[in-house]
Design a binder for this molecule. Structure first.
Ligand code: NBP
Length: 478
């Protein structure tokens, strides 16, 4: 017998993905650089389905039915290139290499081109979200690569993927070459923003409203029954209600407050800068993690003056919590608006023709940002595929209109009490800037023309102009 799919790289992700394929009835060839991992997988989980354990690259390739489907689940970067170089010469035109690691989409574009041109191999960069549990029970899957690869690969991915509440599989062919990894990258950026906004809501409920972590956990549980219903809100309540066994203190109080990151959020911002897309909420989330990690700088800043404001009384606190829910929801709409803008810009730049509604649809299950909210984003794009921005959707616009007074009040309270809320503030600034009829960019253009003769355009006439700032200040056509 031969295997319908092969997985090489059997650390947590690869092992669980291989088991997921096997549990869904596929015969899976498995391989790992260090073969003890392969043996351990077959010994421990062999009863779950049909595995073909292989030791050498040649054995692994020989175990696969044609066209071969070979999934790589190794560390992103050089290890992925090393594995591709090991296997590509053993494959035939029409075979598929599927990279399920967290590759940078630019690497995926390069690999896709090289493998296509040199070996006629279909290379599929595949974003996988949901961590190790997702890999085993059903992840959200974002495959790119050549369209025809999806004809034979798609049905298998649909089988192992998460299913949304309406039963739809959380996988789609996102677009050619690096489109899948690009969308996975933005997914992670949005995840950073969601987590930052939740963190700010927590800090406000604690420092402004005076609630305990256990009380805040209850508030999050309530929110989770409404429009904020999501995996991240759900686990936030779990983390906040957890009590440290050793000290009896709230768990959140015994954890060092320095957030780490692996890099996909940072990539989202770097690429947004290259594409000229304002993802200020995601950027603030990345910067907030980075700031938290500057222990010495924070230590040195402990004596800096802050405001003297008292926390709210008990009665005001409940009303304030409702306001924070509004601010969180409005800010969340803005961060998704920014993330989808980046996907649209990437799609435009690289000619991917990404269906934004389909993207929101496959994030409804399996991944970290899964949420009821994504159904509404899909509805917005279903109603109008060429929506200029999520904020142009009537439902979202109305919800923000309803939320904005509370959103502003929350930021006033945060400022008054000195609670840092970069995510909420960036989201509101983005919203206010977009709806402004005039921006100070006109002044910026004047300054640029003054010091650098960079010229400007006029509101009332076509063309480029320059004012003779050093002379009689008359205007000339540039
Ligand atoms: P790791 O990222 O820790 O990678 C370990 C695997 O890479 C092992 O199988 C290791 O083989 C193999 N490997 C390395 Br390292 N260098 C190699 C080389 N030069 N040649 C061949 N194999 C090599 O594993 P992971 O945490 O399971 O993640 C796998 C991929 O999935 C990564 O790209 C990751 O970013 C991505 N991802 C992870 C998550 C998550 O939640 N962890 C979620 C989504 C995506 P060895 O056993 O011989 O050392």
């Amino acid at each position: 017998t031969s295997a319908q799919i092969g997985v090489t790289g059997l650390a947590v992700m690869g092992r669980n993905l291989a088991r997921n394929f096997a549990r869904n009835g596929y015969t899976v060839a498995v391989h790992n650089r260090t073969s003890s991992r392969t043996k351990a997988l077959v010994e421990e989980f062999g009863h779950e389905g049909d595995f073909i354990g292989t030791e050498t690259a040649e054995e692994f390739v020989a175990a696969l039915e044609r066209p071969r489907r070979l999934v790589i689940m190794v560390k992103a970067g050089e290890p992925t290139d090393a594995v591709i170089q090991e296997f590509a010469p053993l494959l035939e035109p029409g075979d598929m290499i599927i990279d399920g690691g967290n590759a940078h989409f630019a690497d995926t574009r390069r690999r896709e081109r090289e493998l296509r041109e040199r070996h006629g191999i279909h290379f599929v960069g595949m974003g996988v979200s949901g961590g190790e549990e997702g890999a085993l029970h059903g992840p959200s899957i974002m495959p790119g690569g050549p369209r025809e690869s999806y004809d034979s690969l798609g049905p298998m991915l649909e089988k192992i993927s998460a299913k949304a509440a309406d039963g739809a599989p959380c996988v789609t062919h996102v677009g050619p070459d690096g489109a899948g990894h690009f969308v996975k990258m933005v997914h992670n950026g949005i995840e950073y923003a969601d987590m930052q906004l939740i963190g700010e809501a927590y800090q406000l409920l604690r420092d402004v409203a005076g609630y305990s972590p256990a009380e805040i956990a209850e508030i999050f549980r309530t929110w989770n029954t409404g429009r904020l219903d999501s995996y991240l809100i759900e686990i936030t309540a779990e983390v906040l209600s957890h009590v440290d066994a050793a000290t009896g203190k709230p768990f959140v109080d015994v954890v060092v407050d320095q957030a780490e990151q692996k890099g996909t959020g940072r990539w989202t911002v770097q690429i947004a800068l290259d594409l000229g897309v304002p993802v200020s909420g995601i950027a603030e989330a990345v910067f907030a993690r980075s700031l938290s990690g500057h222990a010495k700088l924070r230590e040195a800043s402990q004596g800096l003056a802050g405001p003297k404001a008292a926390p709210l009384g008990k009665e005001e606190a409940a009303a304030f919590a409702d306001r924070v829910e509004q601010a969180l929801y409005a800010s969340k709409i803005v961060s998704y608006t920014q993330g989808f803008h980046e996907i649209a810009a990437g799609s435009e730049e690289y000619g991917w023709d990404i269906d934004l509604g389909a993207v929101s649809s496959i994030w409804r299950g399996g991944c970290i940002i899964r949420a009821a909210f994504l159904d509404r984003i899909r509805a917005a794009y279903d109603a109008r595929a060429d929506l200029p921005s999520l904020l142009s959707d009537e439902t979202f616009a109305r919800e923000i209109a309803d939320a904005q007074d509370d959103w502003r009040e929350v930021l006033i309270a945060a400022t008054r009490q000195g609670v840092p809320t970069p995510g909420f503030a960036a989201a509101l600034a983005y919203y206010d800037a977009l709806r402004a009829s005039r921006l100070p960019a006109a002044l910026t253009q004047g300054q640029r023309d003054f010091f650098g003769a960079h010229t400007y355009r006029r509101v009332d006439r076509e063309g480029a102009f320059h004012t003779l700032w050093g002379g009689d200040r008359s205007e000339v056509s540039a």
